[in-house]
Structure formats: C-alpha cells, structure tokens
Ligand binder design. Structure first.
Ligand SMILES: C[S@@+](CC[C@H](N)C(=O)[O-])C[C@H]1O[C@@H](n2cnc3c(N)ncnc32)[C@H](O)[C@@H]1O
Length: 418
C-alpha cells in the first residue's frame, strides 16, 4: 500500500530524505509538492521526517485534473465517507496542490460537500481556506486528523489527481518547544531548526533496517508508540554546538557522541539534553547512550568508530546581509580549511562506506545564486564519494531563506576505499 507525503517548504530536501530512508525505487515526486512513497502507511516513520508536512493515505486516483470533474466525484463520495465515521459533527477541510484553483474555489467545493453530507442528517464544520491548501496549524488545531476529521488532499500528478486523506500532520508545537524552550541557545553559532536536524540525520543514516520499523497500526490508539533504540548504531556530531542534532538523533533512538571545540558549547549541549531527558513526555528512551565532550575535529581521534556522521559544520561568522564573492574570500578560505582538515582527519578513522551528512555553508551572493565551498570539487581526491539521488540533483540540497547570506548545503558522502 502506498502513502502520500506533502513535502515542506523545500521539497527537494524532503524527497531526498525519503529516498535516503526508504530507497530510490520506493519514492517519486507526485507534482512539485508531494511524494508518493511505496511504503505501508503503518510502517512509515512520519515523526522523524523533518521535510514532511502531512502524511496521507491514498483513497483513489482520478484520471483527470479537471476541477469540475474532481468536485463532482467528491460531492458524491462525501456522504458515503461520512457513514464510516463515528457519530457527531464532521470536521472537513480541503487542500489542493498543483491545480490552478483559487482558495475561493476550494472553499466552494468544501461547502458543496458539506451540503451533501448535511442532507444525510449530519452536521459539518468546514475549516476555511485562506489559501488553496490548509496549513499544518489549521489541520492540527481544526482536529482534521481526529476520528471525525476529514482533510482531503487533492494532488495534481501529471494528467491524474491523487485523492488522499490526511492521517497525520507535523506536530508544530512539539517542534517549536524543542527549538525555543531549550534552556541554552546561541544566536552567534546559528540556530539549527530541529526539522533540518532530522533531515541531516536521515540523510546520514541511509536505508532503515526493516526490523527497526515498528508498525504503528499494531499500537492501540490510547497507547504511546514504543520508543525505538538502534542498539548497534552510533551517530557522531563533531561540531555539535548546543546539541540540536544530538537531541533529534537521541529522540529517534540513536546512541550519540557530540564533540565541539568550544567547551562552553559542550556545556550548553549537556544542559539542553538534561532538560530534554526530564521532559514530561519522556522523548528519549532510557536505553539511548549520549556522550558529549570537548574536542578539536581537525585533530581528535575518537575512541569509538561512529556508524554515521550527522553534523552542521562550522559555518563561519554570521552575516546579516548578502556579500560579494570578493568580500567573502577570507571567510571561505578559513571555513574550507577547517572542514577539509576535519574530513582528512576522520577519514582514516572510518570504515569504508560510512555515510556522512554534513551541512556546510554556501554563500548566497545574489537571490538563488550561491558560492560553494571549494572542497566540494575535490571530494574524491580526499577519499570520499558523493551520494547521488534519483529524484533530485545534489546541488539542490541547499537549505536557505530569501536574502539569507549563509545557506546550508547538505553534503552527503561516503568514505571511499583506501
Ligand atoms: C554551526 S555550529 C553548530 C551548531 C549546532 N548544530 C547546534 O545545534 O548548536 C558549528 C560549531 O562548530 C564548532 N567548531 C568550530 N571549529 C571547530 C573545530 N575545529 N572542532 C570542533 N568544533 C568546532 C563551533 O564551536 C560551533 O559550535
């Protein structure tokens, strides 16, 4: 059975993450904003996907993209679907991806479905569309994934339309709590959003071992999903800063080592992890082992061989506005030297094939135009292979916002044979 994922603001990152975890043959773009994943919805580990906004089960696929035909179909199906719901008010929402529809057209369709369902004697509340798509906050607060909720995802996929129902939506309040409520943050070091940390980890670990995936459908709805522990995997973050990657990797169930040149950052990471381990919802399994200490990534010999490396490397000084390539010369050289020295130092300490995802800086010199780290051109020479993706080009794996001077390029590599 297939699943549908609505991808986040930068769909290339979301699809690369899915491809990494489930394999290139299981994932394909459905339109520009969604992915069809050939994975049983019960086995899709949605909460660890930083690049996914909504998770839907596919109800049907229509051989049309004509809005009137889609509307006719849904107005007929609405009353039938409502019969399978528990008694009480139905909560209805519609999100249209890729069709040339205005929010008013989408809203009008929701009202028509509401009328059809009302004729069967059930009351309906429609979540209003400010855009053709509902935001995750609207889906979350409108309880559209509750037993009485029905968010329809209408995804234009070439000449067809995928109709899916949202099963899960990203938990925005949990993300912002993990981001903003941490006791220690440092704006100078830069703030890695937890969602991006998840993407970095997912790109580093590669394909998930099937035995590690717990079927969420076997868990009774009133029970929490049991925590996972990957007992034979160790993730290393050699530039751990305040520990966002360690935090997210520990929540996923990986043992972690975090090191940083700056003792103060190591203390911050320790305090943050301590705070998280005390959180009432116990997000980290008691089996997870975490060690954090000071080390210079350019020279240090780590005691334990990591299974994966997931890290946001040194990005250079924060820049408040876009600079010219000429102005950036010294910064680029300094940062390049540090990351190059790290890769040369750690290479001999790794097993062949060890997978690494390193967020490295790319400097935006004009909107959408970047200067890349020079070492990216000689990655083979220093003993690594670049991982390529089926659905996206490596150069599209850049996380940035408009007018942001320092973007993060996600470099996914493996240790080559000596
Ligand atoms: C962009 S920050 C990483 C922030 C981190 N992701 C977090 O959650 O806070 C880069 C970090 O690299 C560290 N760093 C710089 N040079 C280093 C080196 N040679 N070895 C280890 N860490 C280094 C800095 O102290 C800084 O904390």
């Amino acid at each position: 059975m297939k699943s549908l994922i609505i991808l986040g603001r930068q769909p290339a990152l979301g699809i690369a993450e899915l491809e990494s975890l489930y394999g290139p043959d299981k994932v394909r773009f459905a339109g520009n904003q969604a992915a069809e994943v050939d994975v049983d919805p019960c086995l899709l580990t949605f909460s660890r996907l930083g690049g996914a906004v909504k998770f839907g089960k596919i109800l049907t696929i229509l051989d049309t993209t004509n809005w009137e035909q889609i509307s006719d179909f849904l107005i007929k199906s609405g009353p039938e679907h409502s019969k399978s719901m528990p008694k009480g008010k139905m909560l209805l929402g519609i999100s249209s991806y890729g069709h040339k529809t205005s929010n008013r057209q989408v809203q009008a369709l929701a009202i028509e479905i509401k009328k059809a369902v009302k004729n069967t004697g059930r009351s309906v509340r429609v979540i209003p569309n400010n855009e053709p798509t509902l935001s995750s906050a609207q889906v979350f607060h409108g309880r559209l994934t509750s037993p009485n909720g029905w968010e329809l995802l209408l995804v234009k996929d070439g000449s067809r339309t995928i109709i899916a129902q949202t099963v899960k939506v990203q938990n925005i309040s949990a993300y912002s709590k993990r981001d903003q409520a941490r006791p220690r943050r440092d704006t100078k070091v830069g703030m890695l959003p937890p969602k991006l940390a998840q993407i970095i980890i997912n790109l580093s670990v590669g394909k998930l071992p099937p035995e590690s995936i717990q079927s969420i459908c076997e868990v009774p709805p009133d029970q929490p999903i049991p925590q996972t522990h990957f007992s034979d995997s160790l993730i290393l973050d050699p530039f751990c800063g305040s520990g966002v990657i360690i935090q997210e990797a520990a929540i996923m169930g990986y043992d972690c080592t975090g090191t940083d040149l700056d003792e103060r950052m190591v203390d911050f990471a320790k305090e943050n992890l301590e705070w998280l381990s005390k959180a009432s919802n116990k997000p980290i399994s008691s089996k997870v082992r975490i060690s954090l200490y000071q080390a210079d990534a350019r020279i240090y010999k780590w005691e334990q061989k990591p299974t994966f490396i997931a890290s946001e490397a040194y990005l250079g000084p924060p820049l408040s506005n876009i600079r010219s390539q000429k102005d950036l010369k010294t910064t680029i050289n300094n940062v390049n030297k540090i990351i190059l020295e790290f890769l040369k130092n750690i290479g001999p300490q790794l097993q062949t094939g060890t997978r690494i995802c390193l967020a490295v800086p790319a400097w935006q010199i004009k909107p959408g135009q970047f200067v890349h780290l020079p070492l990216l051109d000689s990655i083979g020479v220093i003993g690594y292979n670049r991982v390529s993706f089926k659905n996206v080009r490596s150069k599209d794996l850049i996380y940035y916002r408009q007018n942001q001077a320092v973007a993060r390029e996600l470099l996914v590599i493996t240790k080559a044979k000596d």
